[in-house]
Design a binder for this molecule. Structure first.
Ligand SMILES: [Zn+2]
Length: 146
């Protein structure tokens, strides 16, 4: 078997040119693996594992961006708990599975744990700041009356 280096199509040994990519050379499977080009079907068997779940799309996107920055193969897979009318409730009863290449699972889990800690401390700070602002507003009211 021979394979097109450009699109990955599989050809009989007698074929010299890819039907779709006339400029691309056909090579054997060994050359393909040396060049780290996945063979047909091979990219589908790559193993991904769930590293975390996100409760909303923004968190999911945040995690994906975070892991992409570290060159970790990652995607977010939406999962619906049930059929929900988005138009009337405005809410999606769904969550996202954050999937990463299995070999990066430990590193990805660590990065997400760090990110979660950071998010928690940020929201705690925001809550504290809001409380302080409230107190200031109350004390700004002049005491007594006319
Ligand atoms: Zn081709």
């Amino acid at each position: 078997m021979k394979y097109c280096m450009q699109c990955g199509s599989e050809y009989q040994d007698g074929v010299v040119r890819c039907a779709d990519c006339p400029d691309s050379a056909l090579v054997d499977a060994e050359t393909m693996s040396q060049r780290h080009i996945p063979l047909p079907g091979e990219s589908d068997t790559r193993k991904f594992a769930r590293v975390a779940t996100a409760e909303d799309q923004f968190t999911a996107e945040d995690y994906v961006r975070l892991l992409e920055l570290k060159s970790i193969p990652v995607f977010a897979q939406p999962r619906r708990a049930g059929v929900v009318d988005v138009l009337t409730t405005g809410a999606l009863e769904s969550w996202w599975d954050i999937m990463v290449g299995e070999e990066h699972l430990a590193q990805a889990a660590q990065l997400i744990a760090q990110e979660q800690q950071q998010l928690e401390s940020t929201s705690a700070e925001a809550a504290r700041a809001a409380e302080e602002e409230e107190l200031e507003t109350e004390s700004a009211v002049p005491p007594g009356g006319p």
